[in-house]
Design a protein. Structure first.
Length: 297
């Protein structure tokens, strides 16, 4: 007699197991939404620039970790506060690239995460000394001031110029022998910040007009803003190339040419009727070239 065949009946997951899986999936989705609200690309980019600069100054590994984590959480705090404070405005223009508008994460959670990130950044800075702590406080104030109102007037470029300009100060004051960076390093960093501001603002010009935002790029217009991106980034690169005495001249000018290629491409894209967000990414790439030159120089 042939063996009886039948379906193998697997054990069904219990209601408790299914609820646990559902809870885990919701928590994971919320964590991803929160990470998106930190503005991860610029946050990790600025952190990478800072760490590379610290390596260039010969900072020991244990301090390198503290400096990197301090800057990362400072950037997280500023990025999260941006999404929290802009929530109502983003809803009006249906910014579906924002996790808060897509209901992936609540505005209140983003607010709380921003405040916690600021505290963590201060703790890391405090471990490096009181001078470094003061610079961290200044960086947080500058970043938050942009989100709290400076982004909507003619002073909108100031937080970017100051915020980027004092990053080298944060690094050099964290060294075993605290010191101030050379003037041109701070100026080049500040100019890259100004270029980043214009590149970041251009894709949102139309949406910003609908909600009453009138920052410096809106006042100057699209064409002048495109020129500002080129001019600020080019001058920053020129400072690095001409002031870094120990750089190989061939490498320096080839890098300057690469930077200009990236910047000119970004400026050309900035003149489109709807400037793409890749402009900002091109500026990040140009900044990486300049930071690499700073490390070598």
């Amino acid at each position: 007699m042939p063996p009886r065949t039948g379906r193998l009946i697997g054990k069904k997951p219990s209601i408790k197991s299914r609820l646990e899986l559902l809870l885990i999936s919701k928590l994971f989705a919320r964590a991803i939404g929160l990470l998106k609200s930190t503005h991860p690309i610029p946050s990790f980019a600025v952190t990478s620039f800072t760490v590379l600069l610290a390596i260039g100054y010969g900072m020991p590994f244990e301090k390198l970790v503290l400096v990197g984590l301090g800057i990362l959480f400072q950037q997280f705090s500023v990025g999260l506060s941006n999404d929290w404070l802009d929530y109502e405005r983003d809803k009006i223009v249906v910014r579906d690239d924002k996790p808060t508008v897509r209901f992936e994460v609540s505005a209140s959670l983003v607010r709380n995460a921003s405040l916690v990130s600021a505290v963590i950044a201060l703790v890391f800075a405090m471990s490096l000394g009181w001078e470094v702590l003061l610079i961290m406080v200044a960086m947080l104030v500058v970043g938050w001031s942009y989100n709290l109102g400076l982004k909507s007037n003619a002073l909108s470029a100031l937080p970017y110029a100051v915020g980027f300009g004092i990053v080298p100060v944060f690094v050099t004051l964290s060294l075993s022998t605290p010191q101030l960076p050379l003037w041109w390093v701070m100026l080049a960093s500040g100019l890259l910040g100004v270029a980043a501001h214009f590149a970041n603002a251009l894709p949102d010009l139309i949406d910003d007009r609908e909600t009453g935002v009138r920052a410096l790029p809106h006042m100057l217009g699209q064409r002048v803003s495109a020129l500002a991106i080129s001019g600020a980034a080019a001058l920053a690169s020129l400072l690095v190339v001409t002031q870094s005495a120990s750089l190989n001249p061939t490498l320096a000018w080839w890098s300057f040419g690469l930077t200009m290629g990236l910047v000119i491409t970004a400026s050309g894209l900035a003149l489109r009727p709807k400037p793409p967000r890749v402009i900002f990414h091109l500026l990040i790439a140009a900044a990486f070239v300049n930071v690499a030159l700073l490390v070598l120089g």
